[in-house]
Design a binder for this molecule. Sequence first.
Ligand SMILES: [Zn+2]
Length: 394
Amino acid sequence: MPNGSVSGQSALSLFGMVSGTGGTTTHLLPNTGIYITMSDIKDAALVAAQAAIDETVIRYGLDTLTLGFSIQRFMFHKIFMRMLRNNISATTFNLTGAVDEPDADIFNYISILDIDNIYMLALSVMHPSGMEYSRLCVNALQTNAESNGLKCNNIISVLMNPNNMVVKHIDRILKLGKDDDEKNFVLKMLSTRQKNAVNIDDVKRYQSIIKQKENRVQLPVSDENKELYDMYAVIDIPSINKYIAAGDYALAALTDAVDALFTHDSEPVTLTVKSNRIKNVADTAVMSRYLPYIQKIVIQSLSDDTVTTIEDIDSIWQVLQQQYGDKSLASEFTIKVDKVLQQSSLTDIGIRPYVCPACNKLNDAPDGENETEIKLIPLDALNLFLEACARRIA
Ligand SMILES: [Zn+2]
């Protein structure tokens, strides 16, 4: 407890903790190297966030049920992060002295790979005695052909601590680092829980040590050019703010594309028509999901070793749209990028495989990269948070 006077969020947190009226929870963000403490989220903030979500859904003709839609994820993350930033009441990260950061925004440093951890932390703050979680069993009733595809459809409903749905791969993190010096530094970052104890240089160093070394994704080169050129994308993990900025860029670009579709309409079109056209444009823009992660595209001449890079967001966007607008062409690329992202993440969100009490069959998890690690049925943290918000203010 601080010796002296507290004010603002710290005062609320301390009062809440002592009185038992609202708690705080502290979590490690393993992809960033800091701990953050979150205070309880007020209903008014949730109502405001929900209103912003509803407005977004209506304005762009979106659907909250199909979160696969990339642009939607960007927008929902933006709304929720703006809200949750106000609930970060303490952190091990000392942002003062950041000469290049007049606003000292912590989301300029928190890795996008930790965004799910922030949602789970928020969920644990919102549900101190456990969150109700329901899941449908989709096991086939019989394994023979007569089952006609009938599914079990049993719904399990359990009270879960959101913290237990997060697996932090600490063992894997501790193996990172090329020498003892780096390994000790990583250990120090993971064990520092004192407020304001780590600075910007510490966070940057930690992030460079844990960075995935295999971050190149090969791009297709035509047969006649195979001997002449090598071409690849360099994948980089952005901060939450950089990720949201790329989302804003993609939304603006898609909106422009949609506006262009309406330029030749002689009469005003209905919202439904507009929504459908936006969806069509967005469907072809499957690559927008990957825009934040592409640091650059590198074209290397094999004959004279010259290297040309494409680094500005406009050009990368154009290239992605033109080359990968076609879904079948895109899939090879997206599988490779997804693999880099998956290998980069030092946490997973999900539940353990379980035997369904109705059909007595295992609800299994997909095999992970690493056999020694815990198997998890993956869960979408944004979706869980969206549902929890809707339930709480219903
Ligand atoms: Zn079942």
